[in-house]
Write a protein that binds this ligand. Structure first.
Ligand SMILES: C[S@@+](CC[C@H](N)C(=O)[O-])C[C@H]1O[C@@H](n2cnc3c(N)ncnc32)[C@H](O)[C@@H]1O
Length: 257
């Protein structure tokens, strides 16, 4: 194992444990918050790292989502939309402004979850999407957007182990079941990088790309203002068939729970 890998894994584990403890404690506090004023007071008091950062990036994040919507000619009016990991929720806002019918999100960060919950119109699920997609109703959404809430390297870590590929494959099966016929699913994973260099240099040859494409997703050409090197170089797109099929790639049979 290289020193990059072992030190990197230790750091990842420590920071993930710290994040988990922080999330539980903060969640207990923020679940009782009922107004934006109260929420803003907690933000000033607790000074979270990510919330102010994403608030500042909001115009950029809005542009990223709007660009993809324009490039793929997606209709937002009257659709049922799901964002997996919306952070500040710019995609949710755009869908709301453009007349989406139902807007839902999955977010485990207590600040982002509470902020979006307090907007009142979206339906939020505060959970780990890697474990909880099966809790959502199947065949419900017309558009599913997941940018940055999945780390491609998580599945590239042990390329020879079947487990990580199996986890990704299961997650994708659950994801595909959430879409109704003709649903568009857009996946833009995050890739770990340092000093401008990506840990996985060849994205197209990665375990992640291979498994995702085996499910029927296609890798899109780079979309300026949305794809960014080195962290967000790739976007995977799935358009489910217009008629639900009981077998085959793209539209999976309903799971027997
Ligand atoms: C890198 S940010 C991306 C935010 C936004 N989608 C964007 O494009 O800028 C990832 C977001 O997903 C959330 N997230 C990451 N992993 C998650 C998980 N396993 N379950 C639920 N939310 C998760 C994070 O809290 C964060 O808000």
């Amino acid at each position: 194992m290289s020193s990059w890998t072992s030190l990197g894994s230790l750091r990842e584990n420590m920071s993930s444990l710290r994040d988990r403890v922080d999330r539980v404690v903060t969640r207990l506090v923020l679940n009782r918050v009922n107004t934006m004023e109260e929420f803003n007071r907690y933000v000033s008091k607790l000074q979270p790292r990510e919330f102010p950062r994403y608030r500042e990036m909001s115009p950029l994040k809005r542009l990223e989502f709007e660009t993809v919507v324009a490039v793929l000619s997606l209709e937002l009016k009257s659709i049922d939309f799901l964002d997996i990991g919306p952070a500040f929720g710019d995609s949710l806002d755009v869908c709301h402004e453009r007349g989406a019918n139902r807007i839902e999100f999955i977010e485990w960060d207590p600040f982002f979850f509470t902020f979006n919950r307090l907007k009142r119109w979206p339906i939020g699920y505060q959970m780990n999407h890697l474990r909880g997609l099966h809790h959502l109703e199947q065949r419900k959404f017309d558009l599913i957007w997941c940018k940055g809430a999945i780390s491609a390297d998580r599945f590239n870590k042990w390329p020879r182990r079947k487990t990580s590929q199996g986890q990704l494959s299961n997650w994708l099966d659950h994801l595909l079941r959430l879409g109704r016929p003709s649903c568009t699913i857009i996946l833009c994973p995050h890739w770990i990088n340092k000093d401008g260099r990506r840990k996985t240099e060849n994205v197209e040859q990665s375990v992640f790309a291979r498994v995702v494409q085996s499910k029927g997703f296609s890798l899109l050409p780079t979309i300026p203002n949305h794809n960014h090197e080195p962290g967000y170089p790739s976007t995977f797109l799935m358009r489910l068939p217009s008629q639900a099929r009981s077998h085959g790639t793209g539209c999976l049979p309903l799971a027997r729970s």
